[in-house]
Design a protein. Structure first.
Length: 224
């Protein structure tokens, strides 16, 4: 499963998606900070699986409809930061989809995730990540699960990785920094967490109109 995740920076990079989908032969596309009312129903060979409805900074998932059936989708509101309570940018911070491969009948869970911004604490973001994993599992308990997106966690990610391993999840960081809004500040913001998948590396695509760079990965279900 070739997955691409992209924070569009308030929908600014929407015009880049068609070329990304085609050039990278994407199976599943996960978006953050999109205007869900302005999303197309199709992007090349991908169909819109689901999107948030109440967020100012929305989430969406597209999937290759000739290969995947959608068993279910669900949106989750996670622990709120002070930023969320005051400015209400994103009450719903996880969109999860239960997909079934028509050829292999393999069922998987995919999540598009957007953690609270840097004004919140790492502690709160850890709670959001843990709650997001639990939320995905509410769709199906034992399936392979992969969650991608903007984790807003540029510092102490090694400690986060160790913590997640105790709950059965691997955290995979990108090969290069993903955030570059300012020349003097770059960082690793966009991650992948997985359980039941093998993800060898997470590549970073060239920078476009967003302050984030899209990430690309190949996720392979591991043997039971």
């Amino acid at each position: 499963m070739r997955i691409v995740s992209y924070n569009l920076r308030k929908h600014a990079a929407i015009g880049e998606l068609g070329a990304i989908v085609e050039n990278h032969d994407v199976d599943v596309l996960c978006l953050q900070e999109c205007d869900t009312d302005a999303l197309p129903q199709r992007l090349r060979h991908l169909a819109l699986v689901g999107a948030t409805e109440t967020n100012r900074l929305g989430l969406a998932i597209y999937a290759r409809d000739e290969l995947y059936d959608v068993r279910a989708t669900r949106v989750f509101a996670l622990h709120k930061s002070l930023h969320d309570r005051v400015l209400a940018p994103a009450n719903e911070r996880l969109l999860a989809a239960h997909l079934v491969n028509r050829e292999t009948e393999q069922e998987v869970l995919v999540g598009s995730f957007h953690a609270a911004p840097l004004t919140a604490s790492n502690s709160l973001r850890r709670k959001q990540i843990a709650s997001a994993h639990i939320g995905m599992r509410s769709l199906a308990e034992e399936l392979p699960a992969v969650m991608v997106g903007d984790f807003n966690y540029p510092l102490f990610s090694k400690a986060l990785k160790r913590r997640l391993q105790t709950s059965g999840y691997e955290l995979i960081r990108t090969t290069e920094p993903t955030y570059a809004r300012y020349k003097f500040f770059t960082g690793y913001f966009d991650f992948v967490t997985s359980n039941g998948f093998r993800v060898d590396r997470v590549d970073v695509l060239p920078r476009g109109a967003s302050d984030h760079r899209a990430i690309s990965l190949f996720a392979q279900v591991t043997a039971a």
